[in-house]
Design a protein around this ligand. Structure first.
Ligand code: FES
Length: 159
């Protein structure tokens, strides 16, 4: 499947970083964000291995360890709604229901190319619960009007 990045585009992104392992995660984020399917297919990972002089096992180990990375194509924006106790008590289920009813964003559904909805453990933002992330960006103190604002922002700022 076309991932929207050709070899030159992949190399251009990689060259923003020193070829040192400390920069691997930042480079993976950049590449995934630039890909059409919000993913890191093997064509991209092969170039990452060459650039950082790492084995496929080393790079795959990182990509599969962190839930924010995906090898498979997925929605452009992945919403991770916190289901840990503080957020749960402060309204995770209300937010979930609102995302379903108002925005037709359902957990684990494949019917929405723009948004996917997943659950996550504590995001470390408990003092501003309920919280969620969209790709790497955190959102806190969620309520219905804030959800409308966030979802409408992402819908209206498509590349
Ligand atoms: S419990 Fe949700 S951010 Fe900590």
């Amino acid at each position: 499947m076309q991932n929207s990045l050709n070899i030159e585009e992949i190399k251009t992104i990689l060259k923003k970083y020193k070829p040192e392992k400390a920069y691997l995660i930042k480079a993976l984020h950049d590449l995934q964000n630039a890909s059409l399917n919000n993913s890191l297919p093997y064509e991209i990972l092969d170039e990452v291995c060459k650039y950082f002089n790492l084995t496929k096992a080393q790079v795959l180990g990182v990509v599969t360890y962190y839930s924010m990375f995906s090898i498979k194509p997925r929605s452009k924006y992945v919403i991770r709604l916190c289901k840990s106790p503080v957020c749960f008590v402060k309204g995770t289920l209300n937010i979930l229901e609102y995302l379903k009813q108002k925005h037709n964003i359902l957990p684990n559904s494949k019917n929405n190319e723009l948004f996917a909805l997943e659950f996550t453990e504590c995001l470390g933002l408990c003092n501003e619960a309920p919280a969620m992330q969209i790709n790497e960006k955190p959102f806190t103190n969620l309520n219905e009007s804030k959800i409308d604002e966030i979802i409408n922002f992402y819908k209206s700022n498509l590349p």
